[in-house]
Design a binder for this molecule. Structure first.
Ligand SMILES: NC(=O)c1ccc[n+]([C@@H]2O[C@H](COP(=O)([O-])OP(=O)(O)OC[C@H]3O[C@@H](n4cnc5c(N)ncnc54)[C@H](OP(=O)(O)O)[C@@H]3O)[C@@H](O)[C@H]2O)c1
Length: 273
């Protein structure tokens, strides 16, 4: 994996917004990126983003024609490089936020930190792996599922829901998971991210899916998008990385572009409206 376009060439320099540069990659040249360099390229910024106290990063994969799934899952779009970035981003995060639809479709389990990322010290002072936070209104989630029941005590699964969710299901889930109630009829994501930040979970990694990511973008809460572009055409039909409500066009700037075997790994930062 090599750095093809380093940071700093974007039209908006983060220093103009009073932030430190987000990556220090000018010295990487065209060398094969080792694990330390890769982790450094994806380091979270020191400052918080749009949501109070939090930096919200999304990580998604798409085909050249914009599909977010092949045969109903994102695995068909993935690659060794995509999995390397995926696990690095997980190791860097304080919490992984995911929509219930993705947790069901992709068979989510409690996270772990794979090597080499654990040995790099990315988790020092934090649980061995970040907790998962599931966003759901229906709460059609089984408290006995490994995703909830097998989570370690120091990284219990978090359920993010709203007042209108079924009270009985919420009470049952609260026995096995931490519950954040944010919003009345649907989840108020700004309040949810504030609730995570109150727990010290400021570096958010959202792994989708399309409906949740749409709500985050529409709410003006996306600080960063890490997008893997896989060199294949999936054809007409599959869902894109966004699905649901319309919102005004949201602009981002390129922070860096990596490449491996024709697969592109772009890191974009939101440009404040
Ligand atoms: N290419 C990629 O990078 C990528 C990444 C992730 C997922 N995917 C794919 O995307 C598909 C799933 O799409 P999806 O749009 O259904 O995924 P999703 O956003 O993960 O799930 C939607 C569900 O999440 C809950 N939810 C999301 N936002 C909410 C909000 N603001 N308030 C309350 N609840 C909210 C609701 O759950 P309840 O129904 O429980 O209320 C909703 O039905 C799968 O095929 C998956 O493989 C692709």
């Amino acid at each position: 994996m090599r750095l093809r376009i380093p940071g700093g060439r974007s039209p908006v320099d983060p220093r103009q917004r009073g932030q430190a540069p987000l990556s220090h990659d000018a010295d990487l040249g065209d060398a094969e990126l080792d694990d330390t360099a890769l982790a450094r390229l994806y380091a979270y910024p020191a400052d918080s983003g749009t949501a109070p106290g939090a930096w919200v990063r999304a990580n998604m994969v798409a085909s050249l024609d914009g599909a977010a799934v092949v045969d109903g899952q994102s695995a068909g779009l993935s690659s060794p490089g995509d999995r390397r970035v995926f696990w690095a981003l997980r190791a860097l995060a304080d919490v992984i936020v995911v929509g219930a639809g993705t947790a069901r479709a992709e068979g989510y389990h409690p996270t772990r930190t794979k090597e080499p990322w654990a040995s790099l010290g990315l988790r020092t002072g934090r649980p061995a792996a970040p907790p998962l936070a599931l966003v759901s209104q229906s709460l059609e989630l089984d408290p006995a599922t490994p995703l909830i029941a097998d989570a370690p005590d120091d990284a219990r699964t978090i359920i993010i829901t709203c007042e209108s969710s079924p009270a009985g299901r919420r009470a049952a889930l609260a026995r096995a998971a931490d519950v954040i109630v944010a919003g009345e009829h649907s989840v108020d994501l700004a309040a949810a991210f504030a609730g995570l930040a109150d727990r010290g979970l400021r570096h958010v990694l959202c792994e989708g899916g399309p409906r949740l990511l749409t709500d985050i973008v529409a709410g003006g809460l996306l600080d960063e998008l890490c997008l893997t572009v896989s060199p294949l055409l999936a054809g007409v039909g599959p869902v894109r990385i966004l699905a649901g409500a319309l919102f005004p066009a949201h602009r981002l700037r390129l922070a860096h572009l990596l490449e491996e075997d024709g697969v592109l790994f772009a890191r974009y930062h939101s440009i404040p409206a």
